[in-house]
Design a protein around this ligand. Structure first.
Ligand SMILES: Nc1nc2c([nH]c(=O)n2[C@H]2C[C@H](O)[C@@H](COP(=O)(O)OP(=O)(O)OP(=O)(O)O)O2)c(=O)[nH]1
Length: 158
């Protein structure tokens, strides 16, 4: 029997590239965080009613953080200061599905008051505790990110 050696060359020649999504974990304060602004999607039907990190897809020619500022202005009508990235297992962040991955940054509102202007039908400031956050029906792919966020916040408080 002959086993063909897996050289990994195919992967090296064509590294997996996901549609790049960016999201914000908006905190009431980057220095002393106690609440997260969660957003409930209004569309598409498959995701409507589920909670997520506000954000969206990076457009051609945009940097990730530039795209995030644009999305937060469009969707929530706010300006933000970004904190550190909540790093995921991929260079492109956190896998969302077969074709998309999301990079997530901590953020704080520096201008405007968040309103569900586009893509969401409710915004909610939620206590930064596992109990409070896990009560929300998150998009399933976001659950590891919520856990990583709680760990990052706890590490910052220590
Ligand atoms: N914004 C955001 N998208 C998420 C999260 N979790 C998750 O699986 N997604 C998925 C949902 C969508 O399939 C994709 C992001 O698409 P989007 O609809 O927010 O992007 P967009 O605002 O740029 O809108 P469009 O170009 O599709 O009109 O990533 C999350 O926490 N935040």
């Amino acid at each position: 029997m002959h086993f063909q050696e897996n050289t990994g060359q195919a992967d090296a020649a064509s590294p997996r590239s996901f549609v790049q999504v960016v999201g914000a974990a908006i905190l009431d304060s980057l220095d002393r965080p106690s609440k997260l602004l969660a957003a409930r999607r209004s569309a598409p039907v498959a995701l409507a009613g589920l909670w997520e990190f506000p954000g969206g897809k990076v457009e051609p020619g945009e940097e990730c953080t530039q795209a995030l500022h644009r999305e937060l202005a469009e969707e929530l009508g706010i300006r933000t200061a970004l904190g550190v990235e909540v790093t995921g297992p991929l260079a492109q962040g956190w896998p969302l599905n077969d074709s998309a991955a999301m990079r997530v940054w901590l953020a704080e509102v520096t201008g405007g008051t968040p309103e569900p202007l586009e893509d969401h039908n409710e915004l909610r400031w939620v206590d930064l505790t596992e109990t409070a956050l896990m009560e929300l029906p998150w998009i399933p792919a976001d659950l590891p990110i919520v856990t990583a966020l709680l760990n990052a916040v706890d590490a910052g408080r220590a």
